[in-house]
Design a protein around this ligand. Structure first.
Ligand code: G3P
Length: 217
């Protein structure tokens, strides 16, 4: 499973990128607000830093303006994926922009039917929002699993990008049900390294090592 980082914070992307953990980056208007940065400027910096797809989201609601915004965002760098919302106008924009050879990430997906439409409109990525489904007591992972089956049934090449990942369990379950990609905040990716038995075992090793009186360097 590929890891995208769900942030517009350059320092945090760079730290994970140095570890080989970054296959791409996703941003959205809320993350741009949080960063305090200009969208065009920060997107350019991120796209130069990482090799993989960098999602930058349009903010228009009508297809015509979405297409114009998408073209402007795509012109920033060859690895930009234009993010459009899963509305009827967003699907129209997806069809046009993907037809022009741009990567398109269709976002705010909450059902398998929506994902089917996005695939038919030529999306490179579909972003089902796991955490927000769980927030309203629906099963986000079941939606991912259904999309996996539908895409596999018909050979759609649209990649399933598990989004709104809030916990390490979301990351684990996304991998188990066959999401192609997950996009997660840096803190969730780092938390995947943590295990209490690792901490306990390390403490025991350190205590015993101290008793040997030895040094390696
Ligand atoms: O990738 C979409 C993500 O940014 C949404 O996450 O936690 O705001 O639902 P969240």
């Amino acid at each position: 499973m590929k890891f995208f980082v769900d942030t517009a914070e350059i320092d945090q992307i760079a730290e994970l990128n140095d570890l080989g953990m970054v296959d791409g980056v996703t941003t959205n208007p809320s993350l741009i607000l949080k960063s305090g940065r200009d969208i065009l400027e920060v997107t350019r910096e991120i796209a130069a830093l990482v090799d993989g797809p960098v999602s930058a989201e349009v903010v228009a609601l009508d297809a015509e303006t979405m297409i114009a915004e998408g073209r402007k965002l795509a012109a920033i760098a060859p690895n930009i994926a234009v993010k459009v919302p899963l509305t009827w106008d967003g699907l129209k924009a997806c069809k046009v922009l993907s037809g022009e050879g741009h990567m398109v990430n269709v976002t705010l997906c909450f059902s398998a039917n929506q994902a089917l439409l996005a695939a038919k409109a030529g999306a490179s990525f579909i972003s089902p929002f796991i955490g927000r489904l769980d927030d309203i007591n629906l099963d986000g992972m079941e939606v991912i699993s259904d999309i996996r089956q539908i895409y596999d049934n018909y050979g759609f090449e649209t990649q399933i990008l598990a989004a709104s990942i809030r916990t390490v369990n979301h990351a684990y379950q996304s991998a188990m049900v066959g999401a192609d990609v997950m996009t997660a905040p840096p803190a969730v990716i780092k938390a995947m390294a943590a295990h209490p038995l690792t901490d306990k075992g390390l403490a025991a090793f350190m205590a015993d090592w101290e008793k040997t009186g030895q040094k390696i360097i």
